[in-house]
Write a protein that binds this ligand. Structure first.
Ligand SMILES: Nc1ncnc2c1ncn2[C@@H]1O[C@H](COP(=O)(O)OP(=O)(O)OP(=O)(O)O)[C@@H](O)[C@H]1O
Length: 252
């Protein structure tokens, strides 16, 4: 179980991205963060693996305490936490397999990772590609794959890390609706099968309803809703998306 305790984030330019936020992310659940652009979803996600350092408050793992208690602790937490990004962050000229193998680098010492990775790592990477239906494209260059396939490689790379937690920051924002569903189905199935806790930010309410065990709605750096998908009513959605509606109305 991962938790935020009274976490706030103020960026150096003075923007308050997260106001005092307390939340618990239950082990093995698929948790979706909803909210308009600028609501604080990325900031919250990134504070969960220390890519953003909270200005105050704690990020804790059950039985292990604060992820910031020491450098070694933070490194170990990051090894156990896979990330999936909106723009995949793949290296286009490398094969799908080599991109997935980069997910294994953190498991080795810096010195060891300069050498070719062991056969066991290659097998693990191939298995990760197989789980997203791309074993037959393993040797293709990443930039020759479609957007949906590239995002699957991104998922396979996170899975090759053998994570306990996966943080996915708008993983389907650049994909068409049908591909978005298929990519989320893969992510959801693998997390379920492996008991991985997934925390996924999305813009699409229908996808959140379809996949989430638990939804957290953010508005202006605060949690505006927390609950099961069937508790997310239209009044709550109005509240979460009020800022965006106001901005659209102003622009019209
Ligand atoms: N590195 C940064 N430095 C300064 N301000 C930032 C930084 N990153 C984000 N912000 C600001 O913090 C607020 C929250 O941003 P954040 O990216 O967390 O929101 P979001 O909900 O993920 O938005 P989006 O859906 O557009 O990605 C915004 O006002 C944003 O401009």
């Amino acid at each position: 179980m991962l938790s935020l305790r009274n976490v706030t984030v103020t960026y150096p330019n003075g923007v308050v991205a997260l106001r005092p936020t307390t939340a618990v992310f239950e082990r093995g659940k698929f948790i979706v963060l909803l909210g308009t652009s600028g609501a604080g979803k990325s900031t919250l996600l990134r504070s969960l693996n220390g890519l953003v350092r909270p200005t105050s408050g704690e990020v804790c793992v059950e039985g292990r305490g604060s992820i910031f208690s020491s450098r070694a602790h933070l490194r170990a937490h990051r090894r156990r936490t896979g990330m999936v990004f909106q723009q995949h962050h793949l290296i286009g000229r490398l094969s799908a397999l080599d991109n997935v193998l980069t997910g294994r680098l953190a498991a080795h010492s810096v010195l060891r990772s300069i050498l070719p990775l062991p056969r066991a790592d290659r097998l693990l990477a191939l298995e990760a590609l197989d789980r997203v239906g791309l074993a037959d494209r393993a040797l293709d260059r990443a930039d020759q794959l479609s957007g949906g396939q590239q995002q699957r490689v991104g998922i396979a790379r996170a899975m090759a890390q053998k994570p306990e937690i996966v943080l996915a920051d708008e993983p389907v924002a650049s994909l068409d609706p049908a591909t978005s569903v298929k990519v989320l189905e893969d992510l959801h199935r693998i997390c379920r099968e492996d008991g991985i806790t997934a925390i996924v930010s999305l813009h699409q309410v229908d996808l959140a309803r379809q996949f989430a065990d638990h939804i957290i709605g953010l508005a202006q750096g605060r949690i505006a809703f927390e609950g099961a998908p069937d508790q997310l009513g239209s009044a709550t959605l109005d509240h979460i998306y009020a800022t965006e509606r106001k901005a659209l109305a102003k622009a019209a």
